[in-house]
Ligand binder design. Structure first.
Ligand SMILES: [Zn+2]
Length: 279
């Protein structure tokens, strides 16, 4: 099975209200004030999948700071998985908070068929111990439900782009270590966190940590596939396109150039995600 593990969708209503939403949410403004940053519907993800010969996609909205907006985005995702049950897998987004409202929305989304929580992000503030602690009760629910938590993690160096924040990698390590039964997907190669799996103390805590490839061609030379495979192994890397930011085309090209084994290609292009999501 081919599966794109990282795509964003927005309801027609949100697309129409784009300008209002830019005023309402700082993170959204950072990423989407540029008109070239596209917003797409569930149908457009399906068309992309058909185009590229991909069976299924994980879809999610935007991690709004306002839980009401998250609810609207989640409703659209839940609608999408009802409409396309064989094609779309839904994750829900939530503000990073342990408020009663957020926990309730988390429970609601999972009960309605969401298979994960994410992509959660901290676009407007550096990620550190204090911030991570604020989501603790939410993380507990995700851990208990045995579904993955997808976190946006960017790299600490290189070119700057909207939404790129400072990440305290020690705080991330401690977060991973203190949730040994939580499945965590670190987006964007985890901002190269995988590199530190060369250290035995990190290798020991990353059994349940997966890395997705979202935005890889915009950030790294294609050799990153070879390097990551060498360090992480073939079971914990997930192809995710970050569509509509990019289509799968470039990823597939880079993978074809760097990964010789069909078996490993199949795992990264979908089998790992299928197993992780229990499909
Ligand atoms: Zn991201």
């Amino acid at each position: 099975m081919f599966l794109d593990a990282h795509t964003h969708i927005f309801s027609p209503r949100m697309q129409q209200n784009r300008n209002d939403l830019l005023l309402q949410d700082e993170g959204f403004r950072m990423l989407y004030q540029n008109e070239k940053a596209k917003l797409v519907s569930a149908e457009e993800v399906i068309a992309m999948l058909d185009n590229r010969g991909i069976d299924r996609a994980v879809v999610f909205g935007f991690p709004w700071q306002d839980v009401e907006l998250c609810k609207q985005g989640n409703d659209y995702v839940l609608e999408g998985i009802t409409k396309f049950p064989d094609r779309l897998i839904g994750f829900i987004t939530l503000p990073w908070s342990g408020s009663e409202e957020v926990l309730k929305e988390c429970e609601r989304g999972i009960a309605a068929g969401a298979k994960g929580v994410g992509e959660l992000a901290f676009y407007h503030q550096p990620l550190n111990h204090d911030i991570l602690l604020q989501g603790e009760s939410l993380v507990k629910i995700v851990e208990q439900k045995k579904i993955p938590l997808l976190l946006h993690i960017n790299e600490p160096v290189g070119h700057s782009y909207p939404g790129k924040i400072g990440i305290d990698f020690q705080a991330l390590q401690d977060f991973i270590a203190s949730h040994s039964t939580l499945t965590i997907i670190l987006a964007h190669w985890g901002g190269r966190f995988f590199f530190f799996e060369l250290m035995p103390e990190i290798k020991k805590i990353t059994n349940n940590v997966f890395y997705d490839t979202a935005a890889s061609p915009l950030l790294y030379h294609r050799q990153v596939f070879e390097v990551a495979l060498k360090i992480v192994g073939e079971e914990r890397i997930l192809f995710g396109s970050d569509f509509p930011l990019l289509t799968p085309r470039k990823y597939f090209k880079e993978m074809a150039m760097t990964i010789a084994s069909d078996d490993i290609l199949k795992k990264i292009k979908g089998e790992n995600a299928r197993r992780l999501l229990g499909l």
